[in-house]
Design a protein around this ligand. Structure first.
Ligand code: SAM
Length: 303
């Protein structure tokens, strides 16, 4: 279904529209929370009062609400109309409507400069406004597989770079190309489509894992993301999540075993930074900083 907003027209992805109503059951499951907490450990030092955030592929708004509660001014976008509807309800329920602007947009196409104009203003921004000539984003978050749905990561990086503050940070969480736990499951259950989904030649997720049927995705290691964005960004930190933890889809294995989950959580956090270098892990968290010298930053951005 096509949706038209002030940011243009977007074809709402049927796969994400279909799972929007049940998305939080997975995201807020015990495993879902462990994964998200690991990402938030990277985002937490970057967010705070007045920080200007762009949340790409915001889904049901879990992170947008959390970052707004930290005092951030958030622009959140998602291609799925059903996801945006859920996000809008969550933002209203958390009384964060003044701090988050949420709309439908395709991040592969939308003009990010237009999103700067959508940044909510709050007390901190009013005080800072006189000192800033133009708004830029301080933090960009794309959590849990959003960048896997974008055909050209390098082009996305180019367009994002143009709307970033010089000291900005990008936190991207990619579904990685090698999941140990998923491969073990595929071998034990002789599930060919599960085995091949991350290695698939046409890069299309063929298996109907938790309803993600027919989604056009590309799997990236941390090194793939670093390489794709290298012309404008340098890697600051990379970490794998889901090295020994079950994937979201395997969550039921540990849901009723809190002690096992706690042990796996500890082991996973310990192995995560090492595993990012070897491409193994269900997801990879990648934090990047834009490249550009202080003297020519404004010229290159505004020129
Ligand atoms: C797995 S969900 C992650 C949602 C959220 N970031 C979270 O952490 O829970 C991936 C989201 O990316 C969105 N998405 C996929 N491709 C997109 C695109 N080209 N533009 C905007 N959003 C997109 C989907 O609609 C979906 O809501």
């Amino acid at each position: 279904m096509n949706e038209t907003t002030d940011l243009g027209t977007v074809e709402s992805p049927a796969t994400f529209d279909r799972i929007a109503d049940t998305y939080d059951d997975v995201a807020l499951s015990a495993v879902g929370r462990v994964f998200r907490d690991r990402v938030r450990a990277h985002v937490r030092p970057l967010v705070g009062p007045g920080v200007r955030v762009l949340d790409l592929g915001c889904g049901t708004g879990l992170d947008a609400v959390w970052m707004a509660q930290q005092g951030c001014r958030v622009v959140a976008v998602d291609a799925s109309g059903a996801m945006v509807e859920r996000a809008r309800a969550a933002i209203a329920a958390a009384e964060q409507k003044n701090n988050v602007h949420v709309s439908t947009a395709d991040i592969a196409e939308v003009d990010f400069r237009r999103m700067l104009a959508l940044l909510p203003s709050n007390e901190q921004s009013a005080a800072a406004e006189s000192e800033t000539e133009a708004d830029r984003f301080d933090v960009v978050v794309a959590n849990f597989g959003v960048i896997n749905c974008v055909p050209d990561l390098a082009a996305l990086g180019d367009r994002l770079w143009a709307v970033l503050d010089q000291n900005a940070s990008l936190v991207l969480v990619s579904m990685s190309s090698t999941s140990l736990t998923e491969s073990i499951e595929a071998v034990l259950t002789r599930n060919r489509s599960l085995w091949s989904r991350r290695r698939s030649i046409d890069l299309r997720a063929e298996s109907d894992v938790d309803g993600y049927r027919g989604l056009d995705v590309r799997y990236h290691s941390a090194a793939d993301v670093e390489q794709a964005l290298a012309s404008h960004f340098r890697l600051e930190v990379a970490e794998a999540i889901g090295v020994v933890l079950p994937t979201f889809e395997q969550r039921r294995l540990v849901e009723a075993r809190p002690r096992l989950l706690s042990a796996l959580r500890w082991a996973d956090a310990t192995l995560g930074p090492l595993a990012a270098k070897t491409s193994i892990g269900d997801h990879h968290i990648v934090r990047l900083a834009p490249i550009g010298s202080e003297t020519n930053w404004s010229e290159r951005h505004d020129g």
